[in-house]
Design a binder for this molecule. Structure first.
Ligand SMILES: CC(C)(COP(=O)(O)OP(=O)(O)OC[C@H]1O[C@@H](n2cnc3c(N)ncnc32)[C@H](O)[C@@H]1OP(=O)(O)O)[C@@H](O)C(=O)NCCC(=O)NCCS
Length: 215
C-alpha cells in the first residue's frame, strides 16, 4: 500500500498541469501570494488571509496547506492542486468533499496570481477538477460560492454551467457582504472542448470515493 498515492496524481489540460500540493511547490506558491492575487482595495476571499502582513503571508500559506493536507481522510478531504503553467506554479485549485461515498458532491475554491488572470486559465483549471470529479470520482453535483462583487469567479462559474442557488451574508472587512451560492449538476456542466489527461488516479480512489470506509 502506497501511504501517499496523491503524489502521483496529475491532471493535464491544454495549458496547465495540476498536482496535489507538495512542499517544493508550496514554496513557489508562497512567492505567488507575495507578488499579489487581487487589488488591495478588494477582498475576494471569505477568509481574509491576504490581509496578513507580508512577513507572515508566506509562512502562513505553507502552514495552511500543510494543515489541510494532513487532515485528508475518506470522511472529509481537500485536494489542493498546485496549478503549473509552463512548469511554474501560478496558483491553486482546490477540490473538496465530505462523506463523498454517500453525498457524491464536491466543492471547489481557487486563485491564481494577478498577472495570470483574465486569460481563461481560471476557467481551464476549474474545468479540470470538475472533469476529474464527474468522470473519475463519479460525483453528481459540485458547489461553489463567490461574493457578488467578484465578476471573475462568477464568470468562471457561469461559463461552466453553474446556476445561482441562493445567497448568504457575511462580515467582510467589518462590513456586510453578500455571497452567491452556485450549484452545478453533471447534466448542466458545460464541458470544455478539450479532453482531460489523468494519471495516477487508481490508488487514490478508495479514499477519495469513500470506498475505503464502505469496504
Ligand atoms: C477567480 C479567478 C481564479 C478566475 O480566473 P481567471 O483566469 O482570471 O478567469 P478567466 O479568464 O477564466 O475568466 C472567466 C470569465 O470571467 C470573466 N472575467 C474575468 N475577470 C473579470 C473581471 N475582472 N471583470 C469582469 N469579468 C471578468 C471573463 O471574461 C470570463 O468570462 P467569459 O468566459 O464569458 O469571457 C482569478 O481571477 C483569481 O484568482 N482571482 C482572485 C482570487 C479569487 O477571486 N478567487 C476566487 C474566490 S471565490
Amino acid at each position: 500500500m502506497d501511504p501517499w498515492p496523491y503524489r502521483h496524481l496529475v491532471l493535464r489540460t491544454p495549458r496547465l498541469e495540476l498536482r496535489p500540493d507538495d512542499d517544493a511547490g508550496l514554496l513557489e506558491l508562497a512567492e505567488v501570494t507575495l507578488s499579489g492575487i487581487h487589488p488591495p482595495d478588494e477582498m475576494p476571499f471569505g477568509v481574509e488571509w491576504t490581509d496578513e502582513p507580508r512577513e507572515k503571508l508566506g509562512v502562513q500559506t505553507m502552514q495552511h496547506y500543510w494543515s489541510v493536507r494532513s487532515a485528508l481522510s475518506a470522511e472529509g478531504w481537500t485536494l489542493n492542486f498546485l496549478v503549473r503553467l509552463e512548469g511554474r506554479v501560478i496558483g491553486v485549485q482546490s477540490l473538496h468533499a465530505d462523506d463523498f461515498a454517500v453525498v457524491r458532491e464536491v466543492g471547489t475554491g481557487s486563485w491564481i496570481g494577478q498577472r495570470y488572470q483574465r486569460r481563461g486559465l481560471g476557467t481551464e483549471m476549474r474545468a479540470a477538477v470538475l472533469l476529474f470529479a464527474f468522470d473519475h470520482l463519479d460525483a453528481l453535483t459540485a458547489r461553489s460560492s463567490a461574493f457578488t462583487d467578484n465578476p471573475a469567479s462568477l464568470g468562471v462559474s457561469r461559463r461552466l454551467g453553474y446556476r445561482p442557488d441562493g445567497t448568504y451574508l457575511q462580515v467582510r472587512r467589518r462590513a456586510v457582504a453578500t455571497q452567491t451560492r452556485l450549484l452545478l449538476t453533471r447534466e448542466w456542466f458545460a464541458r470544455p472542448e478539450w479532453q482531460l489527461e489523468v494519471a495516477g488516479v487508481e490508488p487514490c480512489l478508495p479514499v477519495l470515493t469513500g470506498r475505503e470506509t464502505a469496504e
